[in-house]
Ligand binder design. Structure first.
Ligand SMILES: Cc1cc2nc3c(=O)[nH]c(=O)nc-3n(C[C@H](O)[C@H](O)[C@H](O)COP(=O)(O)OP(=O)(O)OC[C@H]3O[C@@H](n4cnc5c(N)ncnc54)[C@H](O)[C@@H]3O)c2cc1C
Length: 307
């Protein structure tokens, strides 16, 4: 297995770009992470298929990411290929289907906030609660992103994925379980496109809902320091942030990482944190919550490059 040989084989055969030994700190909202052997931005489906061929020929592990806003990448990086979606996956449109109804048809590489803003401008309701969530549509679908009450899975009509063995496959919304922060889309399936059900809405109501969400976010989240959003999933009927705060862990720090003083479920990169610092805090928090509440907090953040 040689990533450099794979790099040579890919070079000149895809429309997108390939970086060798690319620091993942450049591609995560945490600004943390060692190098990926290959970082490949695929422009179109042919590019992804070509990557699958070369990755398989060289026996490389691979993963797909969006904007890296829910990721912790190890300090050693990822000895494999990281795939991300480029130009042709960023296109979107709002075709009318019926009186008062509409669809949002979008590539999975589109930035969620762009979709939310354009839905608003067009007077379409359905994504207001996604305002302020960083990342791509693909990441949001994989994670079933949303607020405590509403998730993007609730407006999905269908999702198209590509997987090495399966080829192209379309899921209707009902084919997937859409649970809290999980869609049921499998690791190893690259989300390419989705159709979302939108409603023609009342502009002032859409704006009011978006402003309410943004106000809440600005008041309760540390938005000026690098983070990955909520680190832990909320246990059923409780809040990870409340539990962590109750243990006096706000401000608890290891190396450059710290439990946010603003929201205890955020571990922020306070000062050149290493992934190892974040991991130590995660383990400490899990242990303290287990001792006090008998509850095993499950990470919401996704890990890359840890064995
Ligand atoms: C300040 C801040 C606030 C946040 N607030 C919220 C919030 O309110 N609600 C919420 O739900 N989340 C929140 N998040 C977390 C994060 O923004 C979401 O999970 C987001 O949807 C991730 O999108 P992404 O493109 O960055 O995905 P990434 O972080 O790059 O990837 C996340 C996961 O999705 C998978 N993935 C990404 N793209 C694809 C694809 N095309 N095909 C298959 N799999 C894919 C990756 O493999 C990975 O497992 C917040 C994060 C930050 C930093």
């Amino acid at each position: 297995m040689s990533a450099f040989d794979a790099y040579c084989d890919l070079e000149g055969t895809i429309k997108g770009s390939i970086q060798y030994d690319e620091p993942m700190a450049r591609h995560t909202s945490y600004r943390i992470g060692g190098p990926a052997s290959l970082f490949i931005e695929c422009s179109n489906i042919a590019d992804i298929k070509r990557c699958f061929e070369v990755i398989s020929d060289h026996g490389l592990p691979w993963c797909v990411i969006g904007k890296g806003s829910n990721l912790l990448v190890s300090d050693e990086g990822f000895k494999g290929a990281v795939i991300t979606l480029g130009t042709e996956f960023k296109a979107y449109s709002f075709p009318n289907v019926d009186e008062g109804q509409s669809l949002l048809v979008s590539g999975a590489g589109a930035i969620l906030s762009t979709l939310v803003q354009n839905a608003f401008k067009g007077g379409y309701s359905g994504l207001e609660y996604c305002v302020g969530i960083p990342g791509t549509l693909g990441g949001a679908l994989f994670m079933n992103a949303g607020s405590g009450q509403e998730w993007i899975g609730g407006v999905v009509q269908s999702v198209t994925v590509l997987a090495p063995e399966l080829g192209l496959k379309s899921y209707s919304a009902a084919d997937l379980p859409w649970n809290y922060r999980s869609s049921g889309i499998l690791v190893g399936e690259v989300i390419l496109e989705a159709k979302l059900n939108m409603q023609k809405g009342h502009l002032p109501s859409i704006r009011a809902k978006m402003e309410g969400s943004l106000r809440r976010r600005r008041k309760t989240q540390p938005l000026t320091v690098p983070s990955c959003g909520s680190v832990f999933r909320n246990p059923v009927g409780d809040s990870a942030g409340r539990m962590i705060e109750s243990l006096g862990l706000k401000g608890f720090s290891i190396g450059g990482a710290k439990v946010s003083e603003v929201h205890a479920n955020f571990i922020v990169n306070d000062n050149k944190a290493k992934a190892a610092d974040v991991i130590e805090i995660i383990m400490h928090v899990q242990q303290r919550v287990k001792e006090e509440y008998g509850q095993e907090l499950q990470p919401e953040v996704r890990f890359i490059g840890f064995s």
